[in-house]
Design a protein around this ligand. Structure first.
Ligand code: UDP
Ligand code: MG
Length: 371
């Protein structure tokens, strides 16, 4: 009975054997030897299996947690401890850090962490490319059945990980966190974020209000996501665009565990412009609208001027001319700069440069291969 249960070459019982799905040839013979080896039979097998390197190849589901980190050195150890503590024992997992060109000695810390814990992998960028490219790298490099995206500063509470995995097991392909209150943000930042998302929804029909990057993605979503080769990524909008079965949950953003936000107003403006120009061409229609409004205005002004000229009471010209010049000049410059932004997008995309450069790697993947 035991023999047939573990015979991986035939029989319906094979499906019940979690090893049968992933065990490489050669591993079976090792296992059979273990079964026959001692009087403890299957107990011996289980004990040995738990200690063997093949344990990682059991059928437990594999989860990769993607964590972009830029100058978060003092935080990394706590992040590893906190996140690892919240991953249910039934899952095999990797924490995949993307060191986004940190200059605070994060990399040696990550190397040390990876050397002492086989669940830790890390990539190092050759310079600071930004959080979006770091997420791209994480998604492209992540192995396993699902990924969860987190921040290194523990603002996305790892305590939600088990519930996210539960929702995934229920069949949801995308499980996403929505911020309830945007804590510790200035009124101006909160107002700017609200305006941005409102405008973004008008332009793209994607509702990103309170959205953030705290998400779980099933493998099939990641595969679809791989086919979006654009250089200007906006992860949360792309995740909204792909569709799939999704579940939302609300969470309160925790205080930053250490250090300060790594986003400068300049970086945020850049991200906002990229988001608009890569997700919608509607701003270009604005140029047509400005043109149409000005045309109407000019027709009215023209007729009035002609009538006054015919009556011999022409308007005193200087102020009118100056105002008209400013209006026309301003709208032309505005239109040109809008077109310019889209030309920049075409320029960047057509160069086809890589979105990031990985300079170093540490840690091992699920199959024991160096990442
Ligand atoms: N981050 C990054 N590259 C950057 C900026 C930020 O990898 O150029 C990471 C950062 O280390 C953190 C996450 O992105 O893990 C979110 O950044 P931050 O906490 O500074 O943003 P906030 O929470 O203020 O929006
Ligand atoms: Mg943060």
């Amino acid at each position: 009975m035991l023999q047939s249960h573990y015979n991986t070459s035939s029989g319906p019982l094979v499906d019940k054997d979690p090893w049968a799905l992933v065990c490489p040839s050669g591993a079976n013979s090792l296992r059979e030897k273990e079964i026959g080896a001692g009087p403890l039979g299957i107990l011996t097998l289980e004990t040995k299996a738990a200690q063997s390197p093949y344990r990682l190849m059991s059928a437990s589901k594999k989860i990769t947690i993607i964590i972009p980190a830029y100058n978060e050195g003092i935080q990394l150890q706590d992040t590893v401890r906190e996140v690892s503590a919240h991953i249910p024992a039934a899952y095999d997992y990797r924490l995949l850090f993307i060191d986004d060109g940190s200059s605070d000695g994060s990399w040696p810390i990550l190397e040390e962490l990876a050397a002492s814990d086989p669940h830790i992998q890390a990539l190092r960028f050759s310079r600071n490319f930004g959080k979006e490219p770091a997420l791209v790298a994480g998604l492209l490099e992540a192995e396993g059945d699902a990924v969860i995206v987190m921040d290194a500063d523990l603002q996305f509470p790892p305590a939600y990980i088990p519930a996210m995995l539960e929702a995934w097991e229920e069949g949801y392909d995308l499980v996403e966190g929505k911020k309830t209150v945007r804590q510790n943000e200035s009124k101006l930042a909160r107002w700017a974020a609200r305006r941005f998302y409102k405008l973004f929804q008008m332009m793209t029909d994607l509702d990103l209000a309170n959205a953030c990057d705290f998400k779980l993605l099933d493998r099939k979503v990641i595969e679809v996501w791989r086919d979006m080769p654009e250089r200007a990524n906006f992860f949360r909008a792309q995740a909204a665009w792909v569709g799939f079965r999704r579940k939302e949950f609300s969470f309160e953003v925790a205080d930053r565990a250490s250090g300060q936000s790594k986003w400068s107003p300049l970086k945020l403006t850049r991200l906002a412009i990229n988001a608009f120009t890569s997700f919608s061409a509607k701003p270009l229609y604005l140029i047509g609208l400005i043109g149409a409004v000005l045309m109407v205005l000019f027709v009215i002004l023209g007729i009035t001027a002609l009538v006054q000229w015919a009556k011999g009471t022409a308007a005193s010209g200087f102020t009118t001319v100056i105002l008209l010049q400013l209006l026309i000049g301003g709208s032309i410059l505005l239109s040109l700069s809008l077109i310019g932004l889209y030309i920049e997008r075409i320029f960047v995309e057509s160069k086809g440069r890589p979105r990031y450069i990985i300079s170093e790697r540490t840690g091992r993947g699920f199959e024991g291969e160096s990442n």
